[in-house]
Design a protein around this ligand. Structure first.
Ligand code: ADP
Ligand code: ADP
Ligand code: ZN
Length: 213
């Protein structure tokens, strides 16, 4: 099963993708997590990506596509995967589509997690991220068991640099301009599924399971 998660920054794509990955035993692939791991490790890729991320802009397609195609070529992706944060532009979606078509394959579901912009800014200021394992929490809605510490791996949780209000507003504008057109792209392919992302995360997941069943 090959799944793409769509939705604004902070809609809950990562939260849901992690649950899907566990339920269906497929890898959760987040381009944002891959970039952040490279930033943290100080690699050349990380240094290039950081400049864009800090401004709330997208990393160029060419670089992003290369990273993603390398990742999905790995053995653990043979039975599918859930992509979180990719594709984010029409050209990215087209490359993914044509690479899959070469193997007589395609995306099975594109799940759009719908949350209005007004809710997003509030959500992001409460987000806390683990840069070690990619887990995310929310100080009110989804708190870790111990304040400031990741439940999974025990690392310290941080407020991401790009989760500041001004950068979030910029990312939302970029989302509407460059990413939202993907909803129509996948709708035309007949694989789009929309779920309400404003309800509690367990309810969102229940709606997604219904869609995938
Ligand atoms: P969020 O989960 O809040 O939407 P991500 O972790 O997916 O954020 O992405 C953080 C940043 O990483 C983006 O603002 C962008 O700069 C970069 N990024 C991640 N995925 C992509 C992509 N597919 N194309 C271009 N840039 C990306
Ligand atoms: P995305 O990957 O789309 O950027 P995340 O999964 O990181 O979004 O979620 C953004 C923030 O909102 C995080 O702090 C997360 O804990 C919180 N969150 C996720 N789902 C919900 C939900 N259904 N209700 C309230 N908060 C949520
Ligand atoms: Zn962790």
């Amino acid at each position: 099963m090959k799944i793409v998660m769509l939705g604004a920054p902070g809609a809950g794509k990562g939260t849901q993708a992690k649950m899907i990955a566990e339920e269906y035993a497929i890898p959760h692939i987040s381009t944002g997590d891959i970039f952040r791991a490279n930033v943290k490790g100080g690699t050349p890729l990380g240094m290039e990506a950081k400049a864009y991320m800090d401004r709330g802009e997208l990393v160029p397609d060419e670089l992003t596509v290369r990273i993603l195609l390398d990742r999905v070529a790995k053995d653990d992706c043979a039975n599918g995967y859930v992509l979180d944060g990719f594709p984010r532009t029409i050209p990215q979606a087209e490359v993914l589509d044509s690479e899959l078509a070469k193997m007589n394959d395609r995306i099975d579901f594109a799940i759009d997690v719908e949350v209005p912009d007004e809710n997003i800014v509030r959500r992001m200021s409460g987000r806390r991220a683990c840069l070690n394992c990619g887990a995310t929490y929310h100080i009110e809605h989804i708190p870790p068991k111990k304040e400031g510490i990741c439940d999974n791996c025990g690392s310290e949780l941080v407020l991401r640099d790009d989760d500041k209000e001004e950068t979030v507003k910029k990312r939302l504008a970029v989302y509407h301009e460059q990413t939202q057109p993907l909803i129509d792209f996948y709708n035309k392919k007949g694989v789009l599924k929309e779920v309400d992302g404003t309800v509690d995360s367990a309810e969102v997941f229940a709606a997604i399971k219904k869609v995938l069943a």
